[in-house]
Each structure stands twice: as structure tokens, then as C-alpha cells.
Design a protein around this ligand. Structure first.
Ligand SMILES: *Cc1c(COP(=O)(O)O)cnc(C)c1O
Length: 399
């Protein structure tokens, strides 16, 4: 069926899992005139923002920041910690664990994958087995993607820490919290994470272009012995600078935005922020479950204890193209959904429900997806939005 594109009018509903909606107060904050990055007025903002990032990461350790998206922080973690031939263990989660692993291979590191069904996630008994069998401690680190943005599944980091502890394995624990930080519980120090990788444009609601790593003392010790070539991203070089980060110009405007982002998150309270994401995520899942009747689209994630509260991947029924649904949502109704990544291209679409988002925004998005399903001729049980409405009203009444 042909659906006529329309000129975009009204506010675009942006339901991508990253970048995310930027609140007006952050947009105003980043619109700051240029300022010398050594100006005392800026240094005050800078130091407060870095302290805020530590509170959000729940860490007392060192934090290094980069002008670059999340991939830059991935790269910083690898080149600062390892030497050619070091072996890393990558629990398979989906597109993002594959990409981080591929980057490690590009740097001459050995990558062992703990294979998993993308719809179910890894088996922790298998992880313990692999660690126990590695009595020579060839594995130098585990690179774990906390929230797999491609599939909408969480990898429980505390259980990875427990597997390392139970087997007395000294491997570093690296955690990608790019799409979980500021939307789901993350506790770097309590979970014994050695290097936490975060980015600006997801839960922190900032423009793209800044990323960071928290680094434990054990991580800093590994850094001291690392011989992979590095310069711009070298932590030792960064520590000689006033900002303890950034070899070149500091992206000052992003720090004015970061100051406001932290203010917003802490004004609401991190636990409240996580609760909001949990209820919006559950509303989306109830809606999708309703649609799934009549051979409709269904939840890609098949492990209910690992549902992501920041993104839901929706699996299309066999023979139907997710891109057709996305195209109608965007071109006719001005709603931007996430697409399927790598092997999930065309098979899933993703509803991002993280960042600056409330009930009406998510209900508007779900209503639009249902219209697009109808227009694209995709079978489904109509009325999924009612399941979301009923749930969200019930939760509001109980609070
Ligand atoms: C977005 C994302 C990345 C990549 O970050 P960029 O900022 O796009 O470079 C890495 N890991 C996860 C889990 C992500 O969601």
C-alpha cells in the first residue's frame, strides 16, 4: 500500500535509542559563547561537571573525558589498558559487543567470544566454566556491554563480577554503559567495574560528541604496563594537564550542557529517573505483547529478567519489513524510530524510551507505530496502546 509522505509539522517525536531528545534547558546551556578553557569561570563549571559524572557513574575513581562519541571511549579503554596479543573475553550480546570485539581485533588483541543467542543472552554457568578453565589467566579482561542497544537486553554486570570473584580470576571488568547510564541502575564501584565507558547523547541527553571512561586503580595499574601505541587518548598524557583529560581544546559548550544534564538528573533523583524509565519501558512491552496476538510483531528479547528499560527491539512477523514501518512513521507522521542493526536489519525496529521522555510522548509514539503497522499491512492485534494506557494509569494511581 502506498502511504503519502507529508511535510513534517509539529514537534518530531524522537524515539531513537540514541541520540535522544535534548531538553530545552540543555539546548540553551550549550548555546554558550566561546570561553578560554582555562578561564576560572569555566574551570569551576568543568570541575563540577566532572564531579557530577562521577556521582552518576557511582565511582570515586579517575574519570577521563574525550571529544568523540562512544567509539572513542571504547578505543581509549583498549589502547590504554592492553598490549599486542593480550586476550579479551567478549560476552556476546549483539551488534555492539560484536563491534567492540572487532575494534579490539583491529588493535591486534586476541578476542574470545562467549557466544549467546541474541534473544536470550549469555549463560552464566558457561561464563564461570570459561573463567575456571583459564587457570593460566590468559584472559586479561572481560568487555561487557551492559545494555545491548541493538536487542533491548541487559547483561547483569554484578553477575559477571560474581563469576570473576567465584573463580578468583584477575581479569579486568570493562563495562559499556553508554545506553544504560542515567536510565538504569549502574554502580561502577559497587559492581567492581574497572573501566566504565559512557557517552553524552543517550541517558545524559546531550548532543553527540563527548564520551568518557571511569578507571579503577586496578585499571590504572594495567595502564602502566600497556604498550599499544597511543597519544591523543593516552591517560598518562592527560594526567599532566590541568583538566586531567583532553590533550587539545576542551569542548566547553558541552560542559555547560553537562552541568545542566546533571542538575536535571539529580533534581529528579537518580532512583526516580530509573523508575520513570522502568514504567515507560514496561508500558512499551505491554503494548508490544498485545500487538503480538494474530501473529503480530513481538518482543525480540526472550529473557524477561533481562529486559532493557531504555530500548525495546520489536521483531517483525516473517515476511514483513521493519523498514516499511519506520518509513511510514517518519515520512507520514514525523516519528523517528530506531532501525535494526547488522543482522537484524529489516527484521526489527527499535523504540527508544530513554532520556527526556514522559507518558504522553511514549503513548504518542506507540499510537503512531500502531497506525504504521496498519498502513503497512502488518498483522497485529489492534489496541496495544490501551494496554499501555491502562498500565501507566495504574502506576500513577499507586504512586
Ligand atoms: C551508542 C552505543 C555505542 C556507540 O556509541 P557512539 O556514541 O555511537 O560512538 C556503543 N555501545 C552502546 C551500547 C551504544 O548504545
Amino acid at each position: 500500500m502506498d502511504v503519502k509522505p507529508r511535510l513534517p509539522r509539529g514537534r518530531q517525536f524522537f524515539a531513537n535509542p540514541g541520540p535522544t531528545n535534548i531538553p530545552d534547558s540543555i539546548l540553551k546551556a550549550v548555546a554558550h559563547v566561546s570561553i578560554d578553557f582555562n578561564d576560572p569561570a569555566f574551570l569551576k563549571v568543568y570541575d563540577a561537571a566532572v564531579a557530577g559524572v562521577k556521582r552518576i557513574l557511582k565511582t570515586q575513581h579517575e574519570v577521563f573525558l574525550y571529544t568523540g562519541s562512544g567509539h572513542a571511549a571504547w578505543e581509549a579503554a583498549l589502547v590504554n589498558l592492553f598490549s599486542a596479543g593480550d586476550v579479551l573475553l567478549v560476552p556476546e550480546t549483539g551488534h555492539f559487543s560484536d563491534s567492540w570485539g572487532k575494534m579490539a581485533k583491529d588493535f591486534g588483541l586476541g578476542v574470545r567470544t562467549l557466544a549467546a543467542d541474541w534473544r536470550r543472552g549469555i549463560d552464566f554457568a558457561e561464563l564461570r566454566g570459561v573463567l575456571a578453565a583459564d587457570s593460566g589467566h590468559a584472559i586479561k579482561a572481560i568487555c561487557a556491554v551492559h545494555n545491548e542497544t541493538a536487542t533491548g537486553m541487559v547483561l547483569p554486570l554484578a553477575e559477571i563480577r560474581a563469576a570473576l570473584d567465584a573463580t578468583d580470576h584477575p581479569a579486568l571488568l570493562l563495562a559499556d554503559t553508554i545506553s544504560s547510564l542515567g536510565s538504569m541502575e549502574f554502580a561502577m564501584d559497587a559492581w567492581g567495574v574497572d573501566v566504565a565507558v559512557g557517552g553524552s547523547q543517550k541517558g545524559l541527553m546531550l548532543p553527540t560528541g563527548m564520551s568518557f571512561t571511569g578507571v579503577s586503580p586496578k585499571g590504572m595499574a594495567a595502564h602502566a604496563g600497556s604498550t599499544l601505541p597511543k597519544s591523543y587518548l593516552n591517560w598518562t598524557n592527560m594526567l599532566t594537564r590541568r583538566h586531567k583529560s583532553f590533550i587539545g581544546t576542551v569542548p566547553t559548550s558541552l560542559f555547560y550542557g553537562l552541568e545542566e544534564s546533571i542538575r536535571l538528573l539529580e533534581e529528579e533523583g537518580l532512583d526516580e529517573v530509573f523508575d520513570r524509565h522502568a514504567r515507560l519501558g514496561e508500558a512499551v512491552r505491554r503494548c508490544v505483547r498485545h500487538w503480538s496476538g494474530n501473529n503480530g510483531p513481538s518482543l525480540f528479547c526472550l529473557s524477561p529478567d533481562r529486559y532493557s528499560n531504555s530500548v525495546t527491539a520489536v521483531l517483525m512477523p516473517e515476511g514483513h519489513d521493519a523498514e516499511a514501518v519506520r518509513r511510514i512513521a517518519l515520512q507520514t507522521f514525523n516519528v523517528s524510530l530506531g532501525g535494526g542493526l547488522s543482522r537484524l536489519g529489516g527484521k526489527v525496529f527499535r523504540i527508544g524510551h530513554l532520556g527526556d521522555l514522559n507518558e504522553p510522548m511514549i503513548l504518542g509514539t506507540l499510537s503512531t507505530v500502531e497506525m504504521a503497522l496498519r498502513l503497512a499491512g502488518v498483522p497485529h492485534t489492534p489496541g496495544g496502546v490501551n494496554a499501555a494506557i491502562a498500565y501507566l494509569a495504574e502506576v500513577a494511581q499507586g504512586s
